[in-house]
Ligand binder design. Structure first.
Ligand SMILES: Nc1ncnc2c1ncn2[C@@H]1O[C@H](COP(=O)(O)OP(=O)(O)OP(=O)(O)O)[C@@H](O)[C@H]1O
Ligand SMILES: [Mg+2]
Length: 218
């Protein structure tokens, strides 16, 4: 049922594209087909997220260099980032910081958070007095854990919405663009690794904080 919304959209764009072609409105028909291509790509993404969701993964934890996981996430995001021209600032200190995690799951969590950050700063682009968009990832030791931050200087999350952002299917994105599963899945992933995730309030940035273990729990 997570796929119903984009499926319905694809059906509508398909039917509409057919009518436009019959009427010779080629440009508009092409725009419809572009949307169908995007939605299909998106559905493939949902499929892989759901697979991750259902996978039993706790047995697959290990000590990983955070840098490698971040690089993997950026590679997945490359096509999207290339299109937007937004660069992600990465700051790991020390650079060889390691976390106790499942590499694919943590990579997916970072992809979800960075994607949200990019969407947030993109939404700002047409506004006046625009600030330079910033989406940044940092990693630091924090007591006996590793604190990973993904932050952006987009519009932020209103107090009323802060409770809801992790809820399944909560989205403020237009129909067909967001399913509201990204943060739900991300929280689930982090909790599978015995970590914590929360939204940090206040300041110039919207900051999602991950607290991850450095070593296996006793
Ligand atoms: N960095 C952010 N800045 C502002 N709002 C955010 C940010 N991250 C999440 N949100 C809000 O939380 C909602 C839920 O986020 P979530 O990632 O779960 O779903 P989505 O991005 O809407 O869709 P999906 O991730 O399934 O494609 C978003 O629609 C948005 O309103
Ligand atoms: Mg999202």
């Amino acid at each position: 049922h997570e796929l119903n919304q984009p499926l319905a959209a694809i059906r509508a764009y398909g039917a509409n594209g057919r009518e436009l072609l019959i009427k010779g409105r080629i440009e508009e028909a092409i725009a419809n087909f572009d949307r169908i291509a995007e939605l299909t790509e998106r559905m493939a993404g949902i499929g892989s997220q759901l697979k991750i969701f259902s996978r039993k993964s706790r047995g697959n934890l290990g000590s990983l260099p955070l840098q490698g996981v971040v690089d993997g996430a950026l590679e997945i995001l490359m096509p999207m980032l290339g299109k937007t021209g937004i660069k992600i600032d990465i700051d790991l200190d020390p650079p060889d910081i390691r976390v106790w995690a499942n590499s694919l799951l943590l990579q997916q969590a970072l992809v979800n958070l960075i994607t949200n950050g990019v969407h947030a700063v993109q939404g700002q682009e047409h506004k006046q007095n625009q600030k330079t968009p910033i989406v940044a990832v940092s990693g630091r030791f924090f007591e006996d854990m590793v604190r990973v931050e993904v932050r952006d200087n987009g519009p932020g999350i209103g107090v009323a919405d802060r409770e809801m952002v992790f809820d399944p299917f909560y989205t403020t994105k237009p129909s067909g663009q967001g399913l509201g599963l990204g943060l739900t899945i991300t929280r689930r992933i982090i909790e599978e690794m015995d970590g914590h995730i929360y939204l940090e309030e206040g300041g110039a940035f919207t900051t999602f904080v991950l607290l991850l273990h450095r070593e296996p729990a006793e």
